[in-house]
Design a binder for this molecule. Structure first.
Ligand SMILES: [Zn+2]
Ligand SMILES: [Zn+2]
Length: 318
């Protein structure tokens, strides 16, 4: 009954699937033993936790080897993953297993119709047009003009008899990763079929940009927010945050010290808020009328306080 304790899993999904299947049969309502049922649930959470807790350190290398048995591919990271580090779930190529469907024979019992790849299912092949002649067609020699073939190759493994399994593992994201960096994961460390090399690819973010060890946050702030609100909401790596509106009356960027990405040396870069005051292109007449009333009041104060040099368009009024 406790045989599940020795089971090995290759992914969180596999653990969950197994749990969902087995929990039904163990349920006390279905005649299962209550203690066994509870033990199974706690085993499930422990197994899940253990899977997530096991993570591997990976190394940044200068280059991948010119020769040797290894797999090279691209690994995509979000800006947040690069900036904050932590763990990342990746799928690695794992051992090959016998195909369950054909039991390794590569063949299925029934033969099936399969589209002919040579003529792409048309049954005929077009010959090149020669001068002064009509286009010529030829019956496809592979499918004999049928457009399909009968095959008894196993659909599941494509006739190979074996299926390459993937395994999910968690890696620790190295601090200070850059676009184009190469990550090296030795096969022995991770139990993969061979050494793995990954080129770091950073996915574009709608408003964050990593640059020179800092994080740039690009945003547009509507002009009325700066006038009417005490605080303005911005985004940081830790989520939404409020900043005093006054900061947005000065030139960008606003610098939030040590709120940017974590760097190799353990320190944090800065968060630079590169804002732009947003003025809508189309302001309705009615809104313009109301705004011009407000402008009258403001201009009067500025002139009284001598804070407005009309000719040089130089504002000193604060
Ligand atoms: Zn098969
Ligand atoms: Zn054909």
């Amino acid at each position: 009954m406790n045989n599940y304790k020795y089971k090995k899993f290759n992914s969180i999904e596999e653990i969950k699937k197994y749990f969902r299947r087995k929990i039904k049969s163990l349920h006390p309502d279905k005649g299962g033993d209550k203690e066994e049922f509870l033990n199974f649930i706690s085993w499930y959470y422990q197994t899940l936790q253990k899977f997530e807790d096991t993570s591997y350190k990976v190394h940044i290398v200068k280059n991948y080897p010119a020769k040797g048995n290894y797999i090279f591919s691209i690994l995509e990271f979000t800006v947040e993953e690069i900036a904050l580090g932590g763990k990342k779930k990746i799928k690695i190529p794992y051992k090959e297993e016998l195909c369950k469907f054909c039991k390794g024979t590569g063949k299925s019992e029934k033969s099936k119709k399969k589209k002919c790849n040579f003529c792409k299912g048309k049954g005929i092949i077009e010959l090149h047009k020669s001068f002064n002649k009509n286009q010529e067609f030829l019956k496809c020699p592979y499918c004999k003009g049928l457009g399909y073939l009968f095959t008894n190759e196993c659909e599941f493994c494509g006739g190979k008899g074996r299926i390459r399994k993937e395994k999910e593992v968690f890696i620790e994201i190295p601090k200070g990763l850059k676009e184009g960096d190469i990550l090296y994961i030795p096969d022995k460390l991770i139990g993969s079929i061979c050494d793995l090399y990954y080129e770091v690819n950073i996915l574009p973010h709608p408003y964050f940009l990593l640059r020179n060890g800092n994080l740039i946050y690009k945003c547009k702030i509507p002009f009325w927010e700066v006038i009417l609100n005490k605080e303005i909401i911005i985004m940081t790596l830790e989520g939404k945050e409020k900043l005093p509106s006054k900061l947005f009356t000065k030139d960008p960027p606003i610098v939030l010290k040590e709120r940017g990405p974590f760097l190799k040396n353990g320190k944090r870069g800065d968060l630079l808020i590169d804002f732009q005051i947003y003025v809508p292109g189309n302001i309705p007449q009615e809104a313009k009328r109301i705004i011009s009333k407000a402008v009258e009041i403001l201009q009067k104060i500025m002139e009284e306080k001598n804070g407005f040099n009309k000719e040089g368009r130089n504002f000193t009024y604060k």
